[in-house]
Ligand binder design. Sequence first.
Ligand code: ADA
Length: 725
Amino acid sequence: MRKTIPLNDAWFFSKKAGGEEAVPVCLPHTWNAVDGQDGGNDYYRGTGYYTRTLSGPLPEEGEEAWLEFLGAAYSCRVYLNGKLIATHEGGYSAFRVRLEEMKEINRLEVQVDNSENDRVYPQKADFTFYGGLYRGVNLIIVPQSHFELGYKGTPGIKVTPIVDPECNRATVTVETWQSAEWVNISIGEQTSTVPDINGHAKAEFVLDPVHLWDGVEDPYLYTATAKLPGGDEISARFGCRRFETDPQKGFLLNGRSYPLRGGSRHQDWKGPGNALALEQHREDMEIIREMGANTLRLAHYQHAQEFYDLCDEYGILVWAEIPFITMFMKKGRDNTLSQMEELILQCYNHPSIAVWGLSNEITAASAVTEDLLENHRALNDLCHRLDATRPTTMANVFMLETDSPILEIPDVNSYNLYFGWYLGELEQNDEFFDEYHEKYPDRCIGLSEYGADANPRYQSPNPEKGDYTESYQCLYHEHMLRMIENRPWLWATHVWNIFDFAADGRDEGGKHGENQKGLVTFDRQLKKDAFYLYKAYWNKTQPFVHITGGRYIDRTEPVTEIKVYSNQPSVTLTVDGKFFETKQGHCVFRFSLPISGEHSVMASAEDCRSVILIRKVNEENPDYRLVKSAPVINWFDQEEINPEYYSVADTLANIRQNPEAGAVIDAMIAQSASARGDVADAVKDNPALQRMMGRMTLISLLKQAGAEEEAIKQLNRILQKYRKA
Ligand code: ADA
């Protein structure tokens, strides 16, 4: 009989070799829980030494012992009694090693390393690379004749269900790897005993009628079980479903239109970092279900098996990917292939996984070279070789030209767009997709990332791009949801991000070390207003109303906007206990409310209620605005701008129509970009980006770049010398 014993207690950890300054720890454990979340980009990246005594249970006669590492970030060396027995590169997938030459009392030492190098991905990305044994370790005792344990962390069993589109049945092929004479394989009542041929066995079953795995509505799971004569037994859950992607129809599940609408998840939490308990995975899933998402992009790496299991159970379709991200490393090719092989072999049976992601924004800091293309082709071929049932995709950075040859490699395309946040205007998202869809009617296109940072402390009656207010995040997502709703051919859309996450290199928006594009805070304690907008659009089962601006209490405007998100068709507003107004609508309900003094405002729809308290004040509450950020600059509205001459209020393209005024701007851009050579090069060599920037006003570009008010005024004075034609 197979025994799996968690080996998570009684470890010692040190950042020094030789056991110096070792402290007792339990797994899961990361050494960057504090310094990886506090900003400054100065967290410890080096080697961590984990040691432990292993004195039992020991394998008996006819048995073997294996160690299973569920996540060791990022490179790992395993020693048993001083002898190196395994190495592994890649921090997010599992691996196993056999423990031979065991004694009564054994010493385990595991060296884990998250230091910089030029071969193991990720090396450059917008998240913290927590080091450690952060997913736990198991000791597995098995009979000598057992299912495969050593190869790439595979479960030893592979289940391929193929649903017949014409009739209600599925053919299920179950394969196993082992050394035995025969294997007994069963699904429910059906059983088949098949021979082991060169370590491989295969049985076929027909499920007629088949109970489909049908997304969030009915994620039905079957179980396949395999047994060996010597007693080893494994099982795998699986689901029978059919995916299709179509350039015009978008995503189809089991033959019907099923646009994938959801968000991305980074695994880490404030406090524990990436060292999570099952409860925390469950809590994330509850939040995702409340939001009403039917898909997740599990970014930017392999997530815990427990989490893919939850996706299987709740019918959430998954984009699964490896951390091939931001920057192409010539020496990293093998690592991308081995990480992808591990991802697919370890996750193949999960019915929730719909697509394999090859890379993310890989051209952000690298040119599209032949090497880069070749690496992607090799990855794409590998995916198809290991899995004939799922398509591939990749998340491209907005500035990648749409005619780049790299877009021809994966089966379906996706772009990360941040128009309306980092740059550009919200409408450019719509334009981008409409142009793409028209130009490439034969390609499937999706939106793999979009989002805006929000610190829920910050509130504004006049939200602006870049102000980090909860209010702007709402406006941003209101636009994006309308854009998405009107384009069902987008095969998948994923909000960046459902949860705030650690990016130790960030220091902005009133927080250190966090990317705040989440709809939910890093500690999962607070759902930002925009979360409820998604719930209004997507959650069809739980009626609710939510008044936004519950944290925007002190208001200076005499008539304030009360905005309600609800999945109900009509919402009634009651102010200080008196009926105010009822409105019909679709998800977003706006009321204009005159205020004086303090008011209790209640929104209701059927039995649902939401109440906030607001107060008319004379002075703006300074806590609502990001300190240090440049005040919202609207000075040029008032300042004398002679419209017959150029000004910062003109678009870049307009200003460039005058060669002299254009030269002033180009010199300024060249000067400011010299500090960021990569960005300057990307802009210079990229006509798409040039065109896009051309459509932006100079003032919006300057504000985004954080230019000082005085510098902007000075530039404006210069431009006002050039008369428009
Ligand atoms: C990129 C990247 C993400 C994310 C995002 C952001 O698009 O793919 O990892 O961090 O930027 O928030 O800027």
